[in-house]
Ligand binder design. Sequence first.
Ligand code: ADP
Ligand code: MG
Length: 706
Amino acid sequence: MQDLLTEKWEDFLKRYYWDEIIELSNSYPEKRSLLVKFSEIDIYDPNITDMLLDDPDVILESAARALREIDIPTGVTLDEANFRVIGLPRVVKIRDIRSRDIGKLVCIEGLVTKATEVRPKIVEAVFECPFCHRQFSVMQTGSQSQNQSQFKEPYECPKDDDGCGRKVQRFTLLVGKSKFVNAQKVRLQESPEELRGGELPQALDVNLEDDISGEVTPGDRVIVIGILRSHQRITQFGKKLFFDIYLDANSLELKEGEFEEIIITEEDELKIMELRDQPDVYERIIRSVAPSIYGNEEIKEALVLQLFSGVPKELPDETRVRGDIHVLLVGDPGVAKSQLLIYQVNLAPRGLYTGGKSSSVAGLTAAAVRDEFGEGRWTLEAGTLVLADKGIAAVDEIDKMKKEDRDALHEAMEQQTISIAKAGMMARLNSRCSLLAAANPVGGRFNKYDPISKQINMPPTLLSRFDLIYTLIDRPGAEMDRRTAEHIIETHYAGELLARLKNKRKIGEEGEESFREQMEAMKPVVPVELLRKYVAWSKRNVFPVMSEGAKKKFLEFYVGLRGQSYEDEEAPVPITARQLETLIRLGEARARTRLHDTVTDEDAEQVINVVTYCLNQVFTDPETGRLDVDWIAAGTTKSRRDRARSVREIIKGLEDDYGEEIPVEEVLDLAEEEGMERDKVEEIIDVMKRDGILFSPGSGVIKFVR
Ligand code: ADP
Ligand code: MG
């Protein structure tokens, strides 16, 4: 039977893959795998493909034997070549794997979240008997092995012509004569775009051997074909009834491309074009973001621009510029920050939501750990920003993130990579995603007069990497409160009615009519499913360029603002080139919302408004009302620095009269004469004490630390 099969395979290979085999033999053993399409085997003999799916161990073994024994005119024998099958017609979802699939050939798609180092694994161990010096080998692999990573050692010397047949405590392992193969273990997880409504992603571990090991890093999307296996769970109390499953890979393909997973039919395309042709498509899309949340139009607009994002580019000098737009929401509790994040993730074709204090070791970025997954090997594990590659990562309460993450985030946001160098592992993972972050101020409520960096415990350098920052401040105001309350009450009411309907209860005296009206008013203008497809289509197909008019508008805006400081040497720096880059990205994103291939004058104007709103809100010195980038980029302002300098000089001046210990009251009086407010000066003195410049040797006096 086996021989028959091998003959059949040989016939197939000669008829269908002869050229490829010759090619392989020319670059053998550097190249060592023959990739065979499932469909071609099927054409040759559908019985074989049936058997292949059903009993892959036997069939693949005979195929490999046929390949290894084939006679090649060049004289090379492909004695260690691999026979790998690609292109299975059906992909099984990780969550749909069932016990009937065990032992079968299956095709799985997913995201690599963890990968161990590549290490040699022994496949054929050669032992020597210490008494008769007989050498013999023991195969270490094979489908029947109970525990995959258990090393099989013989108990007795084989009893035949050369062997003594004695029982031996320990045989000598001849490492040099044994055969090894490179091996790696990876964990595949369901892709975020396959999950709906906060489903927990499920995972499957995959063993990769020989030339397909070391080919993937965490964050990669792959298609793996292999044999599904199970092994019994063993705890300290013994063997369990439950079995764990894993995949022994036969072939592996990397999947590239953006939003491939979102299928857009011709019918969808018609709807997309219909939406594009609406004169108010931009407003419609904005109104479709989180309709249950009242107000916050500016933020919703920013979220729309983030969804579409700018164009990632390579400049002529080969530097890469991100197209992704990073947005930060800072604000009081209970202002729907978290809700906005969750909504955005739901809209994004590829979105991931996480808390800043994520429980996984990899956190937001990535980690190298040595754990039981790697069986002693180091494992590289991807965090949120890697897993959200080419999508949107929403990080709630980013103020609570781990220190390691904070350090790695700089690189992740700008270069969009995450580098790991630990224990000899060097890796650079991609994190080409937009970051949408929310932060709660440390003091509970947002205080306009303290630098944001201090309030949310984030270094200014990191803060300045956000394209757009919004503060959400919750201040009671009669008009706004009433309208927000009405909105919340109405949405909840609609929800209540819907719950009644779902549970097949009567709507009530108001009747169906008013209920329908209610529901219509609450629905997003553009349905979520359509919007996701619209975004995906746009990002796949639309690559806008700036019109001459748009270029001019951006230039004038930038130079206009910077110009305010040209004459006045004392003036703060209003904006930097970073904000200019933000404008360009936003302009591209806005053109994409109309599926338009030029950034028009109108796009430029509108995104200038978006940026201006942000600048006024968070880049403005709260005391002077002037634009000052340092408020974000350095956590202080020019006016504060000036004041601090004046206070310092006043104290120094007083030393002539009072010696080293200066009465605070005296400093306050003098400062007041110079036009500073007493409480601000007190604040400065406090900061100087905190920074270790001053200290209090007694009540009401201060002294310089020398
Ligand atoms: P945060 O994360 O800012 O602390 P949440 O997102 O948890 O706040 O919001 C608290 C609750 O208040 C949510 O259920 C949210 O829907 C509601 N809420 C707050 N502001 C609004 C608003 N403007 N419109 C509708 N609902 C709101
Ligand atoms: Mg929250």
